[in-house]
Design a protein around this ligand. Structure first.
Ligand SMILES: [Zn+2]
Length: 183
C-alpha cells in the first residue's frame, strides 16, 4: 500500500465520518439504513395469485434448487414442492408494452413475504429491469446481475418520470415482481 494513503475504513460509521458533519451524521446514517424504503416491492396481487393457484393445471414438482421461483412468496421452491406454471400480465392499461409471461406459483396458497430486504430469489439471478412512467410506457431498461438490483432501482427512480419497474429473469423472460416508487 502507498504509505501516503490513509488506512482502510473499517465500517460504515468510519466512511460516513469522511463526508458528514457531526450534526448531520445521524441524518446520513438514517438515510443509508432506510434506502430500501424509497421503493416498495410489489409481488403478484394476492387475489390474482389465489385465482391462478386454484385454476392452474400445469403442475411441476421441484427437483432442484434453486430452480423454480414462486412469484407470490418470492421464495424458490424446496425439493418436492408442487408448483403451477401460469401466465401473468402485470400491466394495468393498454400500453403497447403490455404482455403476459410465464410464472411459477406454489400450487397451494403461500404467503407474501416480509419485504424489508430484497429477496435472494432476485439478487441471486441475472435480471432484466424495465422502467415505466405513469402511462406504462417504457423509459429505460437494463440487464444486470441481481446484486446490482438495489442500485439499479434507485438509478431508475432518480428519473422523475419513472414510477414503476418490472423485474424479469433475463434469460427466460419470466416476470418476477414489480417495484413501485415510494410516495
Ligand atoms: Zn410461494
Amino acid at each position: 500500500m502507498d504509505s501516503r494513503s490513509p488506512p482502510p475504513k473499517e465500517n460504515a460509521l468510519d466512511l460516513l465520518s469522511d463526508f458528514c458533519q457531526p450534526d448531520r451524521c445521524v441524518d446520513a446514517i438514517v438515510e443509508r439504513m432506510t434506502s430500501r424504503h424509497h421503493y416498495q416491492i410489489a409481488p403478484i396481487d394476492s387475489a390474482e395469485a389465489t385465482r391462478l393457484q386454484q385454476a392452474g393445471r400445469e403442475v411441476y414438482v421441484a427437483d432442484a434448487m434453486p430452480g423454480s421461483p414462486c412469484r407470490r412468496c418470492l421464495k424458490d421452491a424446496e425439493i418436492d414442492d408442487e408448483l403451477i406454471l401460469v401466465s401473468h400480465d402485470p400491466f394495468n392499461s393498454d400500453s403497447p408494452y403490455r404482455s403476459a409471461s410465464p410464472i411459477f406459483l406454489h400450487r397451494h396458497a403461500c404467503q407474501p413475504p416480509d419485504l424489508d430486504e430484497l429477496p435472494l430469489q432476485l439478487t441471486g439471478r441475472q435480471l432484466s429491469v424495465r422502467s415505466f412512467d405513469t402511462n406504462e410506457m417504457m423509459i429505460d431498461a437494463d440487464v444486470i446481475d441481481g446484486e446490482q438490483l438495489d442500485e439499479t432501482i434507485r438509478r431508475f427512480f432518480n428519473d422523475q418520470r419513472s414510477t414503476k419497474l418490472h423485474v424479469h429473469n433475463a434469460s427466460r423472460g419470466c416476470w418476477a415482481t414489480s417495484i413501485m416508487k415510494a410516495e
